[in-house]
Design a protein around this ligand. Structure first.
Ligand SMILES: [Zn+2]
Length: 501
């Protein structure tokens, strides 16, 4: 790191009461090869203080704010931050005590639209390793290395920040529409949705783009999302900006940080800083990120079966199996935002290996690929034994299997029974633990097979659930197509009570 040029310094902004802490951090960072600019140390002799500070910020590539209760009340810290933002510096907010920067009007926008780092527990030196990694990444603009941050639990990646023109005192006031984005490995769907209006049942505008094969990597994906948002903003928000942008990502999401922790079906991306990256491009618009299944659940809560049930489970069966839980009209996230991984609950002691590395997971028996493999195996078996079936080893689609079921094909019936029974077993476990008022089933696979399998699913539940919960209503999702994108937009609906900064 000795080759760092003077421009690649860190400006350390802090309240005067944090001077000792800032001086210690400065020393520690410089020991790690990260040069800092710190007042009063770096104020040239004879220069006016305020002028020297502005020059110091201009001279540095990264603006690091040690946020505390005192910093939040300090006029000079706010002035420094505003200067850093208008000078287009990459900003890292480090929270050092219990004061939540997102609750401070003048800082909230910066916390939302830039990286931040929570060092409020224990001494700052405890977080030094992680802080050094974050700062190195922020200093290194080449960072196309989203996948290589496995060991890093927090936001960490250098993100080219867009033009920062926002002033913290200008939040959007009159806007009533938000943007919802559903991200998939090959396509992105976006919608514009009027929030806060109980009469709204669908989006006011929709857009969908395929991701160019050349862009099917973590970085290209973020650019594609950014482009689609840009199109929606330009077309539908000419006078008033959206109240927010909600992003639904397939995989495990750190909801607080707005990071995709792991997207097994999204090029196996790890630690993708979705919120931070888009925040750089749209600094005036709040951004929230959640898991796609929870977004679909949110849509069902506010626009679907939530009209009848205050507590329910939403189960998705498609290329994977996931679920969302609503308890007393609130989405349940779980301590690490991991609640709802019903696909990895165990329904057998043996079976094919799962993407999570274990065996016996519900998902390995009922996801789309498992159905295809089962159809191939049974079609081969039946043909080898000279038994007639409409199923074949090739041309396996949901439509060919449904046609076989409709024609009363015995092999197809056997598969539907098998899968329905497994799914029923998985749902029975869920009912025994959570006892929701209803179970909603959706996802691409069950949208097609729901009525073909509901009897077998119900039988599986009756066999395995406690008598008290075995008669829980099982209903089909009412938002079949755009539920995920709408649910993403609904993160900004007042009804949703989004619990995070
Ligand atoms: Zn699993």
């Amino acid at each position: 790191m000795n080759s760092i040029s003077p421009k690649q310094r860190i400006f350390l902004s802090h309240a005067s009461t944090d001077a000792d802490r800032a001086a210690l951090l400065c020393l520690q960072l410089e020991n790690e090869g990260i040069p800092c600019w710190l007042a009063p140390r770096d104020i040239p002799a004879g220069k006016r203080y305020a002028e020297a500070i502005l020059d110091g910020i201009d001279e540095c590539a990264v603006f690091l704010l040690l946020f505390s209760a005192d910093a939040g009340a300090s006029t000079h810290v706010i002035n420094e931050l505003e200067h850093g933002a208008s000078a287009n510096k990459r900003i890292l907010v480090v929270r050092t005590d219990d004061t939540d920067p997102s609750q401070n009007k003048q800082f909230a926008l910066f916390v939302r639209s830039h990286q931040w780092f929570d060092a409020s527990r224990g001494p700052l030196s405890l977080h030094l390793g992680q802080l050094v990694r974050d700062l190195r990444n922020l200093l290194d603009l080449s960072g196309d290395t989203f996948e290589h941050n496995d060991s890093h639990p927090n936001l960490a990646v250098a993100v080219p920040s867009g033009p920062v023109t926002a002033s913290p005192s200008e939040p959007a006031k009159e806007a009533t529409c938000s943007i919802g984005i559903e991200v998939d490995a090959t396509a992105i769907r976006g919608c514009v949705f009027e929030v806060g209006n109980q009469e709204t049942f669908g989006p006011t505008a929709e857009a969908e783009v395929d991701i160019d094969p050349a862009m099917r990597n973590p970085r290209g994906l973020l650019d594609a999302v950014k482009n689609l948002i840009g199109i929606l903003v330009e077309k539908h928000f000419q006078s008033t900006p959206p109240v927010g942008i909600g992003i639904a990502m397939p995989g495990q999401v750190d909801v607080r940080a707005g990071t995709l922790k792991f997207g097994p079906n999204l090029y196996r991306a790890r630690n993708l800083p979705v919120k931070s990256y888009l925040g750089g491009a749209f600094p005036r618009i709040p951004i929230r990120v959640d898991n796609d299944v929870r977004c679909a659940t949110r849509c069902e809560l506010h626009l679907g079966v939530g009209n009848q049930y205050d507590s329910f489970a939403w189960i998705l069966v498609g290329s994977g199996v996931g679920s969302g839980t609503v308890i007393d009209r609130r989405i349940h996230f779980g301590n690490n935002f991991c609640a709802g991984e019903i696909g990895h609950t165990k329904v057998a002691l043996s079976g094919p290996p799962c993407s999570c590395g274990q065996i016996g997971c519900l998902e390995t028996f009922v996801k789309a690929q498992a159905v295809v493999e089962r159809v191939q195996a049974i079609a081969t078996d039946w043909q080898n034994r000279g038994r007639e079936t409409l199923l074949s080893e090739t041309n396996i689609t949901a439509e060919t299997v449904m046609a076989a079921l409709d024609a009363g094909d015995a092999a197809a019936q056997e598969i539907a029974s098998e899968i329905g029974a497994r799914l029923g077993l998985g749902i029975a476990n869920y009912l025994n633990v959570v006892n929701p008022a209803a179970v909603v089933i959706g996802g691409e696979l069950m949208n097609k097979f729901f009525f073909h399998m509901i009897d077998d699913i119900t039988a599986g539940i009756q066999r395995n659930a406690l008598a008290e919960v075995a008669n829980t209503p099982i209903v089909q999702s009412s938002h079949i197509d755009a539920g995920v994108a709408i649910g993403a937009a609904l993160m900004f609906d007042p009804r949703d009570g989004w619990p995070y900064p």
